[in-house]
Write a new protein. Structure first.
Length: 195
């Protein structure tokens, strides 16, 4: 039964990454997953509950990815941050829709639509920003970054820059917004005054 639930979530992830949450109907999801409606409602009481579960699953997986990228003990903090943002650029500008970040894809779409989904996204973003702030702090300790007076604020600013770059990249269908975000990130990381 857990396999069926995971299969529905995986199928939904691929569809939502490509078409958005509202662009995926329940019948399309069930057809693609090859499961009857009863199976869906056994695991999810509504499409919104499915959306919350989908985002919870994504956030958990993303946290594991963060541990791999930002938690690499053999690399200085600056190199870990650079690798994280370069990976962001690669995923968001690539052709594989299912590799793209659901937080980026769905934040604007579901913020006013679903309080539950908004809460999951907000919790996920807060965790990402906290992890980035921790690495910025570690950078001062390992000497790869200057000491920043407010790592949390800097991390939030960097995340906002990259979120904006992702939206602009989706509109322009090129990597120029990501190039700008990389340049701004390097400048902010080198600036002791913080933002």
């Amino acid at each position: 039964m857990t396999d069926t639930r995971q299969h529905i979530l995986a199928t939904g992830r691929a569809l939502v990454a490509q078409h958005g949450y509202t662009g995926v109907g329940l019948s399309e999801l069930l057809r693609e997953a090859g499961v009857p409606k009863g199976s869906f409602y056994h695991f999810f009481r509504s499409k919104e509950a499915f959306g919350c579960a989908l985002l919870d699953s994504f956030v958990e997986g993303y946290a594991e990815d963060l541990t791999t990228t930002l938690g690499a003990p053999d690399k200085p903090a600056r190199a870990r941050l650079t690798a994280y943002f370069e990976d962001w650029r690669t995923r968001q500008s690539g052709e594989a829709f299912d590799a793209r970040c659901l937080v980026v894809k769905l934040s604007a779409e579901v913020a006013e639509l679903s309080p539950g989904m908004r809460e999951v996204l907000n919790r996920g973003v807060s965790a990402i920003i906290a992890r980035l702030a921790a690495v910025i702090h570690e950078g001062a300790a390992d000497g790869s970054l200057p000491a920043h007076p407010d790592p949390q604020r800097l991390a939030a600013t960097l995340y906002q820059i990259w979120l904006g770059a992702s939206l602009m990249g989706a509109l322009s269908r090129d990597t120029l917004p990501y190039d700008g975000a990389l340049t701004a990130t390097a400048a902010l990381l080198d600036n002791k005054g913080n933002t």
